[in-house]
Design a protein around this ligand. Sequence first.
Ligand code: NAI
Ligand SMILES: C[N+](C)(C)CC(=O)CC(=O)[O-]
Length: 491
Amino acid sequence: MARKAAIVGGGVIGGGWTARFLLNGWDVGVFDPDPQAERKISEVLANARAALPALSDVPMPPEGKLTFHGTIGEAVEGAEYVQESVSERIELKHRVYAQLQQANPGVLIGSSTSGFKATDLQQGSPAPENIIVAHPFNPVYLLPLSEISGSEKNTEATVQKTVQIMKDIGMFPLVIRHEIDAFIGNRFLEAVWREALWMLKDGIATTEEIDEAIRMGFGLRWGQMGLFETYRIAGGEAGMKHFMAQFGPALKWPWTKLMDVPEFNDELVELVSSQSDAQSGMYSIRELERIRDQNLVGFLRSLKDRNWGAGKVLREHDEARAAAFHAEMQKGIDTGPKAAPLVMAQMQVLPGWIDYNGHMTESRYYFANSETVDNFLRLIGAGMDYVAAGQSFYSAETHIRHLGEAKLGDRIRGELQIISADEKRFRSFVRIMKDDECVATIEQVCLHVDMKAGKSSRAAPEVWAKLQAIAEAHASLPLPEGAGRAVGQKR
Ligand SMILES: NC(=O)C1=CN([C@@H]2O[C@H](COP(=O)(O)OP(=O)(O)OC[C@H]3O[C@@H](n4cnc5c(N)ncnc54)[C@H](O)[C@@H]3O)[C@@H](O)[C@H]2O)C=CC1
Ligand SMILES: C[N+](C)(C)CC(=O)CC(=O)[O-]
């Protein structure tokens, strides 16, 4: 049975959490009195569905069930976790917790608050130990950071339970060791925001110039190395000490107005919003979200290729999901494989996969087959450990038939049937499916190879046993249409 989260407050952040939980296979119950909440969340979800799966290299779980409710009590029924994301008003948050704890005593409540301490949030609650801060960053469905901040009323077990839930949905929970207002990320962002407002107010730079200064320069560095690692490199071979010696004195130069804030009044609001409208008003917010998401997906994928920073979190989440996926498939083998093709890979067609004809390019079909077959090899125990021990399967012959088209954003899956197998080889038939439509078939013969000897060999007995069991189960399936076909045109 799917796990369930309740999202209370379905605005910008609640919508993002809804997408994050749903796309990770959780059921989600939402409560928000705004009559537009359902429409807004469905638009955020559409953007999330086009972005988050593009980061995954292993099958995403089936999407959870989304329900909207007329009361907090209904939304939280059966939920193991609540993500409170109502407006940033402490009395409203207190009222919401009272209703939640009455309806579902003992439920764990994580708050998205941008700045209230757990101690503030817990005031007046009969069960303060179940309320904790889980502060995300927008867009919640793509950015992994969740700052976990508890008070002395929270037990270590509560903190760890929150940490685990965040990991389960692919986030990076950063436990804040000291209870402070605004945690780590927002203290930092507040300083940057203050300086930007000063520069605007003093007429030094426009919103656009400030954004260019960030995105053409240091903003690119921060996304992959943060502040300290970046400055360490700036110290040259002598490193951080040299950096401090050279730039430390600048702390006393008149570079910043750090402690002072510009007066927040209508004039400042008008100055910022009119310049922001001139800079970005030609796009709707949803368009801007899509541009942002595609850029983030590109950055994150490249970090993932390098197993660095947020890319490492993505890889770890993939590994956890792959392990769960293979354990599930393995159960099928242990209890006797079924006479049905194995769904071994799920993918989404990414921008870089599209060719000049506007559809998924041919090399990506080969890739989709590789993903499917590689997962199958892991399933039968011939994964990376097997390769590291010097044994592997090599592709010997491949035939692709293109039967339909896959377009940008389409979800496709690879279904594998074993046509025949012996201890030294197997013949697989993969259907690339888009919903119920087969868009391509890929038939392949793979040879078992002793990599040190550089020649074909028998598979290890335990690998062969699993392959044989699946091959025997699949032998009762009809030979797929098109299997064994040669390239069509006669000479
Ligand atoms: N917008 C941002 O960039 C970030 C916001 N946060 C935090 O997330 C929380 C929500 O902020 P946003 O989503 O930006 O605000 P928002 O204004 O977009 O959404 C707040 C939602 O709460 C709903 N709401 C009001 N009273 C309610 C009630 N009694 N029960 C259920 N829902 C109710 C409103 O109808 C609205 O849809 C705040 O605590 C904020 O500090 C955290 C990280 C980033
Ligand atoms: C502006 N904000 C304080 C609500 C921002 C955050 O809390 C985090 C973010 O997404 O920048």
